[in-house]
Design a protein around this ligand. Structure first.
Ligand SMILES: NC(=O)c1ccc[n+]([C@@H]2O[C@H](COP(=O)([O-])OP(=O)(O)OC[C@H]3O[C@@H](n4cnc5c(N)ncnc54)[C@H](O)[C@@H]3O)[C@@H](O)[C@H]2O)c1
Length: 255
């Protein structure tokens, strides 16, 4: 019988962006629990250091680097820091993001459009650019980029976010096709509604009321439920999975 690789992440070095809170923090914690050394990258220094402290207190290995994913030099340094601190780069979770403006298209300012594209799409491109360079030298790796249910369909007041998140699925597929032969797997996470500061910032949403028509599991998702799926995609257990988007969304994109 073929031996099936496990979700064990011992010996792996993983970088997570947007890991000062929410889905990124949870993924960093789960990867560290599975034995990975984790670099926590975020604009938010206090939150990022809190993530690292939590991982270290639980006996894991982690390091924080302040990173603005829209700044090429920051991203280059993030990858360099990862290799210098932990000796390589095997996995990356490109997850930092900015919520939608909730404005109708005709009220959206050009600067708001550009900011969303810059963080939610260009940030993912820059991260992949520098991560893939190192993974090519190291003989392979696994990358997970965060999109959204809004990366698959329309929604009112989400124009700039929808454009960026559709783009994430596109560049993920492009990279999966381009680097498959080099043993670099690239996949997209599609979260539904998840209990994080980003969602809680969205004003009038009652986080306890989820209609079964729109959310078949009739509840909000918890960050750890997303982190679990990302850890699997980053691990060797997902060794034959590339170029896919994985909805972890309580069934909302099935409706
Ligand atoms: N929470 C949801 O319901 C939901 C749904 C769909 C998609 N998502 C996506 O999931 C990802 C994570 O979001 P979350 O819900 O955990 O939110 P969050 O607000 O908890 O985390 C986002 C993190 O990204 C960081 N960040 C923002 N801009 C950055 C930049 N330029 N450089 C580096 N870091 C930056 C923030 O400081 C923050 O720590 C985002 O890409 C978001 O679009 C979330």
């Amino acid at each position: 019988m073929t031996e099936v690789p496990r979700t064990d992440m011992r010996g792996k070095v993983i970088v997570c962006t947007g890991a000062a809170s929410g889905i990124g923090r949870s993924t960093a914690e789960i990867a560290a629990q599975r034995g990975a050394a984790v670099v926590v990258a975020d604009l938010n220094e206090a939150g990022g250091k809190e993530t690292v402290n939590g991982i270290e207190a639980a006996g894991g290995a982690a390091s924080f680097i302040r990173t603005d994913v829209t700044q090429e030099e920051d991203v280059r340094r993030m990858v360099e820091h990862t290799v210098e601190t932990f000796g390589g780069l095997h996995g990356a979770f490109n997850n930092a993001g900015l919520p939608p403006t909730s404005k109708p298209l005709h009220k959206l300012e050009l600067a708001e459009w550009q900011r969303s594209i810059e963080i939610n799409l260009t940030g993912v491109f820059l991260c992949m650019k520098y991560e893939i360079e190192v993974m090519l030298e190291g003989g392979g790796g696994s990358i997970v980029n965060t999109s959204s249910a809004a990366g698959l369909r329309g929604n009112i007041g989400f124009t700039e976010y929808i454009a960026a998140k559709h783009g994430v699925i596109g560049i993920t597929r492009a990279a999966a096709v381009e680097y498959g032969p080099e043993k670099i797997r690239v996949n997209t996470l599609v979260p539904g509604a998840v209990r994080t500061p980003m969602l809680q910032a969205g004003a009038d949403l009652d986080l306890n009321v989820f209609s079964r028509e729109k959310y078949p599991l009739a509840r909000i998702g918890e960050p750890s439920e997303l982190g679990e799926a990302v850890a699997w995609l980053l691990s060797d257990a997902a060794s034959y999975v590339t170029g896919v988007y994985l909805p972890v969304d309580g069934g909302t994109t099935a409706t």
